[in-house]
Design a protein around this ligand. Structure first.
Ligand SMILES: Nc1ncnc2c1ncn2[C@@H]1O[C@H](COP(=O)(O)OP(=O)(O)OP(=O)(O)O)[C@@H](O)[C@H]1O
Ligand SMILES: O=P(O)(O)OC[C@H]1O[C@](O)(CO)[C@@H](O)[C@@H]1O
Ligand SMILES: [Mg+2]
Length: 343
């Protein structure tokens, strides 16, 4: 078979390891051939294709980003989109099947194409870890490592000045990165989109920590909204694709904490640093296994499914099961973390 790979949505560490795992396993085990579509679904619509021989994936497991490039192109509603155009492009390039490596948005597109008869399977990716149907997505562990390292550094400068430090991490709809990096760095408050904490409660935690001689560390996910405030708190307009532009809640909290508690406070927005650079060992292994399993899935003609990890086993999950809703932080995980906030 000749298999076309594409990476779609925000990039994340481990995408290249998926490509390498798929190509090596596919060539060595089955004798398949591989091409890559450039810039996500855009390349599939435009027929923008590169060959992926074994030599092209050498050493890729440790490289960040994606050698194919990515985009947030909608494969159906974009100009030139739809199953018929994609079928035509695949035929022109002799591509028998697609492996879509993406988050919930990109895989929703893959599901619709699969429903329309396109032979496509999925590989779940995102630093946000918000995809249901898999215990982990690769990229998440790397993002947590990067954020933890940044917070360790914020703590030493914070302690030196007896300041409160606010660290804003990614997490548009869910707080997994905030929860894990905050817990790992010993944060005194963690604020996530799933929980609407009032400002008074947050300031209470900050003051208690300061009173016992420590420098408070507050970790906030970009999608957090304090109780009693509306969702438009950090108005920064919208992205090209209509998503609200996030980033800024940390700045807002910093001013509010300083105003309410009188404690000198500083803010750091970690932003895209969390998505850059080499994947951790955990993510390299997960991504490599996902790439290999996706090729097994294609070989078995398991269209309309994605690979996933349940416990330590790589499994197959139908798109329709995996894409029902986002995997949010459950209440008990928040309660567990909250027991360590403040005093
Ligand atoms: N139901 C859908 N049908 C077709 N295309 C979709 C659908 N939902 C989203 N998309 C397309 O997929 C693109 C990527 O989705 P999104 O921006 O959510 O990224 P993602 O793949 O979920 O990855 P991440 O959230 O990690 O960046 C969207 O910009 C949109 O063009
Ligand atoms: O790269 P962009 O378009 O700024 O997107 C940022 C978004 O992508 C993610 O990194 C992954 O979905 C989110 O955490 C963040 O809100
Ligand atoms: Mg998404």
């Amino acid at each position: 078979m000749r298999i076309g790979l594409l990476t779609s949505g925000g990039d994340c560490p481990g995408l290249n390891a998926v490509i390498r795992g798929a190509v090596l396993h596919g060539i060595k085990t089955y004798g398949h051939g591989f091409v890559g579509f450039r810039h996500g679904w855009r390349g599939v619509l435009d027929g923008d294709v590169i060959d992926l021989p074994r030599s092209r994936v050498r050493g890729l497991a440790r490289e960040g980003g994606t050698i194919l490039g990515t985009s947030r192109t909608n494969p159906i509603e974009s100009p030139g989109g739809g199953a018929e155009s994609i079928r035509r492009v695949m035929a022109e390039h002799g591509v028998d099947a697609l492996v879509a490596i993406g988050g919930e948005g990109s895989l929703a597109g893959a599901k619709r194409l699969s429903d329309a008869g396109i032979p496509v399977v999925g590989v779940p990716k995102t630093i946000d870890n918000d995809l249901d149907g898999t215990d982990y997505t690769f990229g998440f562990d790397t993002a947590v490592e990067i954020a933890t390292d940044a917070m360790d550094r914020l703590r030493t400068t914070g302690e030196s000045h007896r300041r409160c430090m606010v660290a804003e991490v990614m997490g548009r709809h869910v707080g997994w990165i905030a929860l894990h990096s905050g817990m790992s760095a010993g944060a005194h408050a963690i604020l996530i989109p799933e929980q609407r904490v009032p400002m008074e409660e947050l300031c209470g935690w900050v003051s208690e920590v300061h009173e016992r001689g420590r420098s408070p560390l507050v970790v906030v996910a970009e999608g957090f909204v304090p109780e009693g405030y509306d969702a438009g708190l950090a108005e920064r307009g919208v992205e090209g694709d209509g998503r609200p532009r996030l980033g800024g809640i940390g700045e807002y909290l910093t001013a509010e904490i300083e105003r309410i508690t009188g404690i000198e406070t500083r803010n750091a927005i970690l932003g895209h640093v969390q998505r850059g650079g080499a994947p951790t060992g955990f993510d390299r292994v997960l991504a490599t296994r996902f790439g290999m399993a996706a090729v097994d899935l294609v070989t078995d003609r398991g269209w309309g499914q994605m690979v996933a990890i349940h416990g330590t086993e790589v499994v197959r999950v139908p798109f329709e099961e995996a894409l029902v809703g986002l995997k949010t932080v459950p209440q008990h995980r928040w309660d567990e973390a909250k027991a360590l906030f403040g005093r």
